[in-house]
Design a protein around this ligand. Structure first.
Ligand SMILES: C[S@@+](CC[C@H](N)C(=O)[O-])C[C@H]1O[C@@H](n2cnc3c(N)ncnc32)[C@H](O)[C@@H]1O
Length: 334
């Protein structure tokens, strides 16, 4: 990935966005629905096992990259379950994208680390708290230890490594202490509230705990704006999110898109049911222009969606609306 070419693409994405054109800045490809974890709040591991063979996955990546995407993320399911992951990531890199991955980190083998490190610019490892919290939430003992080992391995190979923590009633109290503990071993942290939205009662932490976390994170953002890799307004929305009162901030299918394991272009990563068309049958451009069969009602579902509060959707929208405010974080990525 060449920094100057990427910077130019980001600039073009922003200009297109400001002038009301569809030009996705960010794409997330869920390369497999298989997962080796049993996370309490996630439904991927209960889904039908699905993924495209390498040649078709590469064609889907080419198709989406031809839209001028700047940031290309690999997720799932668990992306490291795919043996061809580095090949897929390299293809997005070939298109001058900044290439990242979301992983639980548990499947990274020492012998594979150099290849993975070479293929990815950024890796975000999921960690929801210290060992006893993380292993309980993920449903598999030993997960925390393996994730931390993956962080260290990738860092030693020069990858920019971050942690993503999902905020839920089960970890909200210990998150500030946990973030302080991992500050010395990672480049950045992301935090995002547990979905769906609006939250069901069992997902709502007590208000005073949400406010305490918000206060800690806002202080951290002031002190180390590049380390806390979500916009300030994103943090400010936590209380509203858990009360079901966040505004709908949505640029799905315009500023960001996602790809499901079957090669469908989704309007966003937040909702697997909002398919706009299939990338093996149509070009991404035709799909985004609405020139394909719309019987699944993708755009209607986008319009009637109640919204979400995820870093890969709302966080991207906030950054694109105020790019200079978030310049510190953006500059670190480039
Ligand atoms: C679906 S996972 C897939 C990638 C990989 N298996 C992992 O665990 O990082 C991507 C990210 O979404 C987060 N996630 C899963 N379910 C969520 C939910 N209900 N609300 C918010 N984030 C969630 C995970 O913790 C992880 O950081």
């Amino acid at each position: 990935m060449r920094a100057d070419k990427l910077a130019f693409k980001v600039f073009k994405n922003f200009v297109a966005f400001k002038t009301g054109k569809s030009s996705p800045l960010f794409a997330s490809y869920n390369v497999t629905s298989r997962c080796n974890m049993r996370c309490a709040y996630c439904g991927w591991w209960k889904m039908e096992k699905l993924e495209l063979p390498t040649d078709k996955a590469l064609s889907v990546i080419d198709n989406v990259c031809s839209l001028g995407v700047s940031f290309f993320d690999f997720s799932g399911g668990e992306p490291l379950l795919r043996r061809d992951l580095a090949t897929l990531a390299k293809r997005a890199s070939f298109h001058n994208c900044l290439v990242s991955m979301n992983t639980n980190g548990t499947l990274l083998k020492k012998e594979d680390a150099p290849k993975i490190a070479d293929a990815f610019d950024i890796v975000v490892v999921s960690l929801d708290g210290p060992r006893e919290y993380h292993d309980k939430i993920r449903g598999v003992a030993g997960t925390f230890q393996k994730a931390v080992e993956a962080v260290k391995m990738l860092k030693s190979h020069g990858v920019k490594v971050g942690v993503n923590s999902v905020v839920s009633p089960w970890n909200i109290e210990i998150l500030p202490k946990f973030v302080e503990e991992i500050r010395s071993i990672v480049d950045f942290v992301q935090v995002q509230p547990v979905h769906p939205y609006p939250p069901p009662p069992e997902n709502k932490p007590p208000t005073e705990k949400v406010l305490a976390l918000q206060e800690y994170l806002l202080n951290l953002k002031r002190e180390a704006p590049g380390f806390l890799a979500v916009p300030t307004e994103f943090i400010q929305g936590f209380r509203l999110f858990f009360n079901g009162k966040t505004p709908k901030i949505c640029d799905a299918g315009r500023l960001y898109v996602a790809i499901d394991p079957a090669g469908n272009l989704l309007a966003c990563a937040a909702r697997g049911d909002i398919a706009l068309g299939n990338l093996l049958e149509n070009s991404g451009e035709e799909i985004l222009l609405g020139k394909v069969d719309s019987s699944q009602g993708g755009w209607v579902k986008v319009a009637s969606c109640k919204g979400c509060w995820l870093e890969c959707t709302v966080g991207v929208s906030m950054t694109a609306r105020k790019p200079f405010k978030e310049a510190v974080y953006m500059a670190r990525l480039l």
